[in-house]
Design a protein around this ligand. Structure first.
Ligand SMILES: [Mg+2]
Length: 317
């Protein structure tokens, strides 16, 4: 006599499906030691939802300094767009000394975990207003910027070309939102040949006179903690970003998280935070704030893997 046991199939199949779900790593790079996630399940669900929606619904918003560029190389800090201006063809020794003095005063404030953004904002405005004032006094010549960038030692994170090229190929807009200097930023990505037509930059731009000499900075100052205002003012009006409710955001500062505030009715937001510095003091804050935290990871390996996954859905090329 045989006993049909159809019920055994169902739990077995379910168990197998669940096992498959648990063991299947859609993005193996997320298992790297440098990756921290508070809610791995939520990240994986968001990744799948974004993949199903396809690259036509995606936009990428990224910070520049220490996010797309490296933090350090061979134990030395990699220059930011502001630091690139520290070149003798642009500014004199006195100016360098004064800018450095300001850095020593204000950078510890910028990254101090015990202060709120509200407490930091007036001090950040004070810092960058002073720096810009010093730069304007130097009568910087526009023609010299390209050489300063070439000789600066700036390094984009390993894998940057894959990142920029894939976004361009899929016509996914890349909004670079920087509290640095827009003219320098554009020159860096131009020299690396990744300033593709899908790239939009919101930053502090220099205003040159008819002779190509710096006379001011254009518009309202963008600093690390007022990117929200910048996002609402500029990003919301870029027609290329309309109809793209899924956002991949990259940053290295908690203030970078507000860069997506200009997105009208976002559906899915996945944030990746590079934790470059003061790791012990800031890990908890970063893990609470970003979906994926990359600890002292100088590469684009994880962002590229995430991007590859979410753009490999049905309508991908
Ligand atoms: Mg940054």
């Amino acid at each position: 006599m045989t006993y049909p046991v159809p019920w055994i199939n169902i739990p077995l199949r379910t168990a197998l499906a669940m096992w498959h779900q648990w063991t299947k790593t859609e993005v193996p790079e997320l298992s790297k030691f440098s990756v921290l996630m508070k809610q791995r399940n939520k990240v994986e669900n968001t990744l799948r939802t974004m993949q199903q929606a396809g690259p036509g619904t995606l936009q990428v918003i990224s910070d520049f300094d220490m996010t797309l560029t490296r933090f350090a190389h061979n134990g030395k800090r990699v220059p930011t767009t502001h630091n690139i201006l520290d070149h003798r063809i642009l500014i004199d020794e006195d100016c360098t000394r004064n800018v450095r003095k300001l850095l020593n005063i204000y950078y510890p404030i910028e990254i101090d975990p015990s202060l709120t953004s509200e407490q930091k904002i007036p001090l950040m405005v004070e810092w960058w207003t002073k720096v810009h004032h010093l730069l304007i006094q130097q009568k910087i010549q526009r023609d010299m910027l390209a050489q300063a960038v070439r000789e600066s030692g700036v390094i984009l994170r390993e894998g940057y070309k894959v990142f920029f090229d894939r976004l361009a190929e899929l016509q996914v807009p890349l909004l670079i939102f920087s509290a640095g200097v827009g003219d320098i930023l554009e020159e860096v990505i131009h020299q690396r040949q990744v300033f593709h037509p899908n790239v939009h930059v919101i930053s502090n731009y220099m205003d040159f006179d008819a002779n190509g000499v710096l006379r001011a900075f254009k518009g309202q100052l963008i600093h690390t903690f007022n990117k929200r205002e910048g996002a609402l003012l500029h990003a919301a009006h870029l027609p290329e970003l309309q109809g793209r409710p899924n956002v991949l955001l990259l940053g290295d500062s908690l203030g970078d998280l507000t860069m997506a505030d200009g997105v009208a009715q976002p559906h899915n937001l996945l944030t990746i935070g590079f934790l470059n510095d003061q790791v012990e003091e800031r890990t908890e804050l970063y893990v609470e704030a970003f979906d994926i935290v990359l600890v002292k990871d100088e590469t684009m390996e994880v962002p590229n893997a995430v991007l590859k996954f979410i753009t490999s859905g049905k309508d991908a090329k």
